[in-house]
Design a protein around this ligand. Structure first.
Ligand code: MRU
Ligand code: ZN
Length: 217
């Protein structure tokens, strides 16, 4: 057992791990993290994040399933392997000091919508009261584009695409084709609000297309 002092606040880590576990369990119960998919993180300080260990069942996480990485993605004080998609978290923590929480899920709405709109590369969302759930939006008259990126197992390729999007527009999340959604916020409450708003709005867009298809028969 190591007796050295970790380069982060251990008490804060336990607090964040507890918050992550409770929230992730709720998302798993909603069916948004099938088959060990999805990953989640919280900013710990200006150099470290608490993130889920790779491959764990997200509905049954324990404190040992949350580990620390630095913003280069290297494990700190742990022999576990961090999420395979750690770079998609650390790139946001590095770029935006105000980002405090990142949630990545694989819900059916997110996955189906990503397939349907991959060709267009984005989903335009407008006219919904729920657009006000996104920080900075004061009215349903706002419109947002949810980008849809091509999937890749090569994280630097995905991260470069995300960086290009962020250079072009402010956003609180994006879809990856056939994969799922990344959403973030300043803290857990805001990131969850954004995640749930994205999922609800995607569900509405999918329903509208189903009904439209039927009406056109
Ligand atoms: C179980 S398939 C999903 C994974 O490939 C990945 O997309 C994912 O979300 C979880 O990866 P993980 O390494 O557990 O963070
Ligand atoms: Zn994933």
């Amino acid at each position: 057992m190591s007796t050295s002092t970790p380069p982060y606040d251990g008490h804060r880590l336990r607090e964040l791990a507890g918050e992550l576990i409770v929230n992730i369990r709720e998302l798993a119960q909603a069916g948004w993290t099938p088959a060990t998919s999805s990953n989640f993180s919280r900013r710990l300080d200006d150099r470290h994040a608490a993130i889920t260990v790779s491959g764990r069942d997200k509905g049954r996480l324990k404190e040992d399933d949350i580990m620390v990485v630095d913003f280069d993605g290297a494990a700190v004080g742990s022999d576990h392997r961090p999420s395979a998609e750690t770079l998609l978290h650390t790139q946001l923590y590095r770029r935006f000091a105000e980002v405090g929480c990142i949630l990545h899920t694989h819900s059916p709405n997110q996955t189906v919508a990503s397939r349907l709109f991959a060709g267009a590369g984005r989903i335009r969302i407008e006219g919904y009261e729920l657009l006000k759930a996104f920080a900075g939006n004061a009215t349903h008259e706002a419109a947002i584009d949810i980008p849809v990126l091509p999937n890749s197992q090569h994280m630097p390729t995905l991260a470069a695409q995300v960086d290009a999007l962020l250079d072009a527009q402010p956003m609180w999340g994006y879809l990856i084709d056939g994969h799922g959604l990344y959403a973030w916020g300043r803290d857990m409450a805001e990131a969850r609000r954004h995640l749930e708003a994205f999922d609800f709005l995607l569900h509405c867009e999918l329903e509208l297309r189903r009904l439209g298809a039927r009406a056109g028969m």
